[in-house]
Design a protein around this ligand. Structure first.
Ligand code: ADP
Ligand code: ZN
Ligand code: MG
Length: 599
């Protein structure tokens, strides 16, 4: 399993259409940058005269009422309308309004009964903000309350400094990230961290969740976003926290049959607010998600949530630190060995550990003890583990060993091949963010263009996991290669297909864009209606070319690991012992360039 923090990269490479706010479109118009547009209903597709440095040449935006045609004419833009809907559309326009009316009526009666999400104020309060929007001004949480997430704290420290003294940062022209996305499984302390940032900086904390925005009437979500930012601007310096960003920021257009409008409007409004920010206003937007892979890539672009902080399950030392936080107010017997408790609890989140401390205290109280004993902890661990096991699977030792080799394989190949992103961290914490284990690479810089070397490097790195498994499967008392590489193979295949079909990188098939993205709308993944535009024979050649690329990537990875077998074994052992290794603690492989050429 590979976790690339650059999830947006391929989205950007692959899709040629950039969703932009209407205001940006107007700005492009004013600057005379627009070449042509096609207007379908309220959706405007268009092309710029030149490709901007930060995105593709084509864009799409949602129209806001107002005079447009004459402006377009004045600016000399070629424009056309496309018939929105055929006879079916006309039919729908007859059927839909009554249906909508009934829908709205049903919704309204539900709201008026006050039965939904505590919207007791009924209809009148919709659109205005709920009480939740009032900022918390005196947050009592500090960084000391959050343990075991030191890297995240380091990253967030800078934000605290900025919020404390925004003028200074402005004076020196320092660039502060506008939006930070906290990524991690539930219960790892994302919400707690966000609050701690507010507490440390002593600024107001506006907190909301993605779900809150979308449970609303059409149009209300967007106006709530506007409200939120307006209030925040008045309260600056401050923090806006959006929990469960994925509920709001799901990639748009997955559902081709409508029903997305409300979310889309709300999301577009959020993007517009983030883009339209005055750099001198000291507002930082924090968001949290445990499903970064489904977020709309537009959210992760520069100037938006362009910094991502991983808040993963804690390793042993982290668990000890968290336990210490949660036993501070408890009375412990002399026999309690917190190190031992930390060793017993791999895979526990901060929330699980808080729960554990509480259970232990309850148990001690029940047996009328003077203080909480070690046995209260061990018994509670067993109960909680049993509960967790029902929800998620735990690795048996043999599987752990395979996962350790698999991840080490990714890491060593990444360090050995030229053109791969540097490895930051590898982890096999059970039930971590990526189910088994993960290797985290940070791209050295944001990239819109990648060369053949880099794409091939990336494929080899993705194959590193399978390559390591292949090597140990040859050992006596062998294990089979596992299913753990399924996801890696899928990603590598995507790259290979891209190289052959879109980037014209296969000599045999030539510089032809076999797979174009005509008719693709709003980053829609997979084009349902696309026609294959080439022959059976070409299809066959494409398969062959893709297979050849992947085979080459795998043998490359195997060759590297074979030459670095000692490092592989050492790294896997270290990983089993410590659960997590960083760039500094990993064994260093012999680089590919120093190896004899393959025979
Ligand atoms: P998330 O938002 O990631 O789902 P929360 O921040 O809501 O997790 O965590 C729930 C509770 O678990 C917190 O209020 C705290 O008591 C405990 N907790 C979670 N992570 C930590 C941590 N890193 N350090 C201390 N306590 C934690
Ligand atoms: Zn893998
Ligand atoms: Mg939370």
């Amino acid at each position: 399993m590979m976790l690339l923090l650059a999830f947006s990269l391929f989205g950007q490479l692959g899709t040629g259409v950039q969703p932009i706010p209407y205001s940006k479109f107007m700005q492009y118009l004013d600057q005379g940058k627009v070449a042509r547009v096609t207007i379908t209903g309220d959706t405007i597709h268009g092309d710029l005269k030149e490709k901007p440095s930060d995105g593709p040449q084509s864009f799409v935006t949602q129209r806001v009422p107002g005079e447009l045609a004459s402006t377009l004419e004045k600016r000399g833009v070629e424009f056309s309308a496309s018939p929105g809907a055929g006879p079916l559309g006309t039919l729908l326009s007859w059927i839909l309004p009554p249906l909508l009316f009934v829908g709205v009526w049903m919704l309204a009666s539900r709201y008026m009964l006050g039965g939904r999400g505590g919207l007791g104020g009924g209809l009148l309060s919709v659109g205005r903000s709920k009480a939740k929007l009032v900022a918390e001004t005196d947050v009592k949480v500090s960084f000391d309350d959050v343990a075991g997430v030191d890297e995240a704290k380091v990253e967030l420290h800078e934000i605290v400094d900025f919020l404390k003294r925004p003028e200074e940062f402005g004076r020196l022209g320092a660039k502060i990230p506008r939006g930070i996305l906290l990524i991690g499984p539930p219960g790892t302390g994302k919400t707690l961290l966000a609050r701690a940032v507010a507490g440390e900086a002593g600024v107001p904390f506006f907190s909301t969740t993605g779900a809150e925005f979308v449970e609303m009437f059409v149009g209300v979500g967007a106006s709530r976003v506007r409200d939120l930012f307006e209030q925040a601007r008045k309260a600056a310096p401050c923090i806006i926290f959006i929990d469960e960003l994925d509920a709001l920021g799901r990639a748009r257009g997955i559902n081709p049959i409508g029903g997305q409008d409300e979310k889309e409007q709300t999301l577009n409004q959020l993007l517009a607010e983030m883009d339209g920010f005055d750099r001198s206003v000291a507002i930082v937007i924090l968001a949290a998600t445990n499903r970064p892979e489904i977020l709309d890539p537009a959210l992760l672009r520069a100037g938006r949530f362009d910094r991502q902080v991983l808040v993963d399950r804690p390793e042993r030392a982290g668990r000890l630190a968290i336990l210490k936080v949660h036993v501070k107010k408890l009375k412990l017997a002399a026999d309690v060995d917190l190190e031992g408790v930390a060793a017993l609890t791999p895979g526990f989140t901060g929330a699980d550990l808080a729960n554990l401390a509480n259970e232990a205290a309850v148990r001690a109280t029940r047996r009328k003890a003077e203080a909480i004993a070690m046995e209260d902890f061990t018994e509670s661990v067993e109960r909680i583990v049993a509960g967790l096991e029902k929800r998620s699977r735990v690795l048996i030792p043999r599987e752990r060993r395979i996962v350790a080799y698999h991840e080490m394989g990714h890491a060593l190949v990444a360090m050995a091949v030229p053109g791969a992103d540097p490895v930051q961290k590898i982890s096999i914490i059970p039930r971590g963010i990526a189910a088994l284990g993960y290797t985290m690479q940070h791209p050295a810089e944001d990239r819109y263009l990648m060369g053949r070397t880099e794409l091939e490097a990336r494929m080899a790195v993705l194959m590193g996991g399978r390559a390591a498994e292949t090597l140990i499967s040859e050992d006596p008392g062998h294990v089979d290669v596992s299913t753990g590489a399924a996801d890696d193979l899928a990603k590598a295949t995507d790259i290979a297909r891209g190289m052959v079909l879109r980037f014209g990188m296969d000599a045999g098939l030539g510089p032809v864009a076999w797979d174009t993205e005509q008719g693709q709308f709003l980053n829609q993944p997979g084009n349902f209606w696309a026609q294959r535009r080439f022959s059976e024979q070409t299809a066959h050649d494409v398969d062959e070319a893709v297979r050849a690329l992947l085979r080459r990537a795998l043998s490359r990875a195997i060759a590297i690991l074979r030459a670095n077998r000692a490092e592989l074994d050492k790294g896997a052992e270290d990983l089993l012992a410590h659960e997590t290794l960083t760039a500094e603690t990993m064994p260093k492989p012999i680089p590919e360039s120093a190896l004899p050429p393959p025979v």
